[in-house]
Design a protein around this ligand. Structure first.
Ligand code: FES
Ligand code: FES
Length: 173
């Protein structure tokens, strides 16, 4: 039986009529006109369908559209709505796109990483994008693009914690 879901999609209130078995990826692409989440393996392996759902990246091929009801979704269209983010600019500068099929998922995965850990090391970057496959094997420029943004970031969470510990601030009471 069809039902209507309401979501906040890239900052705008949207709704769609869905079947209980509809997956979020298909609803985004076919009913809501958002094409950046791509159709790849459709079983959670490749990451090209990645979106940010309630603040965390998810593979939209593994999420039922019904589960998204009342939630907030950000895709690459929303991320760059006010102009390319520093990370997107770095991807462009470093030619981190070949066919570009993996790019939306890569950028969203890296965005989540840099929000959690603004200054990741190379291992942490590779770990963060390990679930996003690039069929063009463009990993070197992708990692470099993320690394450049990380390198230009101010102190990492860890370093901030260290500064607070040394200055005696931030102690739990
Ligand atoms: S299409 Fe969703 S992970 Fe591959
Ligand atoms: S640039 Fe083609 S799949 Fe990554």
């Amino acid at each position: 039986m069809k039902r209507t879901i309401s979501i906040k999609l890239n900052g705008a209130a949207r709704s769609a009529d869905i079947d209980p078995s509809d997956i979020l990826l298909d609803v985004l692409r076919e009913k809501l006109g958002v094409k950046s989440p791509k159709i790849g393996c459709e079983r959670g392996d490749c990451g090209v369908c990645t979106v940010i759902f309630n603040g965390r990246t998810v593979r939209s091929c593994l999420v039922l559209a019904a589960e998204a009801d009342g939630g907030e979704i950000v895709t690459i269209e929303g991320l760059g709505a006010k102009g390319p983010t520093p990370l997107q600019q770095s991807f462009i500068k470093n030619n981190a796109f070949q066919c570009g099929f993996c790019a939306p998922g890569m950028v969203l995965a890296a965005t989540e990483l840099l929000e959690k850990n603004p200054k990741p090391d190379e291992h942490e970057i590779k770990e963060a994008i390990s679930g996003n496959l690039c069929r063009c094997t463009g990993y070197e420029p992708i990692v470099k693009a993320i690394r450049e943004v990380a390198d230009s970031s101010p102190l990492s969470h860890r370093e901030r914690a260290g500064v607070r510990a040394k200055s005696g601030k931030g102690k739990r009471r």
